[in-house]
Design a protein around this ligand. Structure first.
Ligand SMILES: [Fe+2]
Ligand SMILES: [Fe+2]
Length: 328
C-alpha cells in the first residue's frame, strides 16, 4: 500500500544480534535471562504488522557455545520464523563455537570434508536478494579475522551479481568504535583486505553485531549497520569502559528498496502504549483521495477528526486496543 512517494520495500529483514543464550537456565551476570529476552523480542515482532522475509542473527547466538543453548535457540526461533514466513539466517560470533553451531543448526558434523572447525560461511537467496554470511570468529579469541581462503571464496561469490544485490552479514563490523576505545582490541583485523574484495561488487550493505549498541558507518563505500543486542547493551554514557547495562535492548528492521536501504531500530519494550490506531485505519486512509488524506491527517486542527474517522471502522473490523492517535 503506497500513500507517499515510495513504493513498499522489495524485501524486509529483521536483524537481531547477540542473544547470548545460555543452557540450563543460567543467567548473564546473575540477572539477564537471555532465553526470555530473545523470546520477548520474537513475541514483539510477531505481534507487530511487520512480516520479514528473513530473520538474520548477526552472531553471539550463544554465550558459551553450549549444545543445549543452540538447541534452545533452534526451538525458540525456528517455529516463530515459520509462523512469520521468514527464512532464518545464522551468523557465527566470537562467543559461538563452530562445531556445535554447525552440528545443531545445520546438521553438519564436519564429516563431509571441510571439518567441524572450518569457517561457517554460507550464501542465502531471499527472493533474489543475496545474503552472504561471513564467519569472522577466531577460535579461542574474541577479536575477529577473515582467513585468506574466506576472502577468495567471497571474491568468487561476488564475481556474479545477484538480481537485488548482496548484503553481507558478519559479527565483527568493519568500522571504528569511537565511544569505547578499549573495544577496538576486539575489532575485525586487517579490514583493508576485505575492503579490496568488496570494492566494485554488488554489496549494498553490511549487517553487523558484536557492539551491543546500534551504530552506523560506511566501509569501502558500503553502508554498515550494527544492530544492538537482545540480551544487554553497552552503557556508552557511563564513566566506565566496556560497561554493560540491562536496558535499551533492541532489534533492527532492514527495509530494502530498489535504490536504497532503510535501517530502523526497534526498542524491545513492554511499556504501556500511550497512543495509536488499529491496523484497519490504514485501509480507511487508503480509501480516501490524496487531497482528502492530507486534509484529514496533516491539518493541524484536524487530528481529533482524523482519529474519529480512522477509528470509525473499528467496530466492524473487530480490531481491539485502539487508542487516540498522538501527534507525529
Ligand atoms: Fe555479544
Ligand atoms: Fe561479540
Amino acid at each position: 500500500m503506497q500513500l507517499g512517494q515510495y513504493p513498499a520495500p522489495s524485501h524486509t529483514i529483521a536483524h537481531f544480534s547477540d542473544p547470548h543464550l545460555l543452557a540450563g537456565g543460567k543467567t548473564l551476570y546473575g540477572l539477564v535471562d537471555t532465553v526470555a529476552r530473545l523470546g520477548a523480542a520474537l513475541d514483539l515482532l510477531e505481534a507487530s504488522t511487520i512480516r520479514p522475509d528473513a530473520i538474520v542473527f548477526t552472531g553471539d547466538l550463544t554465550d558459551l557455545g553450549e549444545d543445549e543453548a543452540y538447541e534452545r535457540l533452534d526451538e525458540l526461533v525456528g517455529p516463530a520464523a515459520g509462523r512469520m514466513g521468514a527464512q532464518l539466517v545464522w551468523v557465527m560470533g566470537n562467543h559461538d563455537e563452530r562445531a556445535p553451531y554447525a552440528r545443531v543448526l545445520f546438521g553438519d558434523d564436519g564429516a563431509g570434508g571441510a571439518g567441524a572447525t572450518a569457517p561457517q560461511d554460507r550464501v542465502y537467496d531471499i527472493r533474489g536478494l543475496r545474503i552472504i554470511v561471513l564467519d569472522t570468529s577466531v577460535p579461542g579469541y574474541h577479536h575477529g579475522a577473515l582467513e585468506s581462503g574466506q576472502l577468495e571464496w567471497l571474491a568468487a561469490k561476488l564475481a556474479s551479481p545477484a538480481p537485488h544485490g548482496t548484503l553481507l552479514a558478519m559479527h565483527h563490523p568493519p568500522m571504528p568504535m569511537p565511544l569505547d576505545p578499549l573495544f577496538a582490541v576486539l575489532e575485525l583485523a586487517d579490514q583493508p583486505a576485505l575492503a579490496e574484495v568488496i570494492a566494485g561488487s554488488d554489496v549494498r550493505g553490511i549487517l553487523g553485531g558484536h557492539l551491543h549498541y546500534s551504530s552506523h558507518s560506511t566501509f569501502a563505500g558500503v553502508p554498515v549497520s550494527v544492530a544492538s543486542a537482545t540480551c544487554y547493551t553497552m552503557a556508552l554514557a557511563s564513566p566506565r569502559l566496556l560497561a554493560g547495562v540491562d536496558a535499551a535492548q533492541a532489534m533492527d528492521i532492514v527495509s530494502v528498496y530498489e535504490d536504497r536501504i532503510v535501517h530502523t531500530t526497534m526498542p524491545i519494550t513492554d511499556a504501556e502504549l500511550l497512543s495509536g490506531l488499529p491496523p484497519a485505519a490504514l485501509a480507511r486512509a487508503a480509501a480516501l483521495r490524496p487531497e482528502e488524506r492530507r486534509e484529514l491527517l496533516s491539518r493541524k486542527d484536524s487530528l481529533s477528526r482524523a482519529a474519529e474517522y480512522l477509528l470509525a471502522g473499528e467496530a466492524a473490523d473487530g480490531a481491539a486496543g485502539a487508542l487516540p492517535t498522538g501527534e507525529g
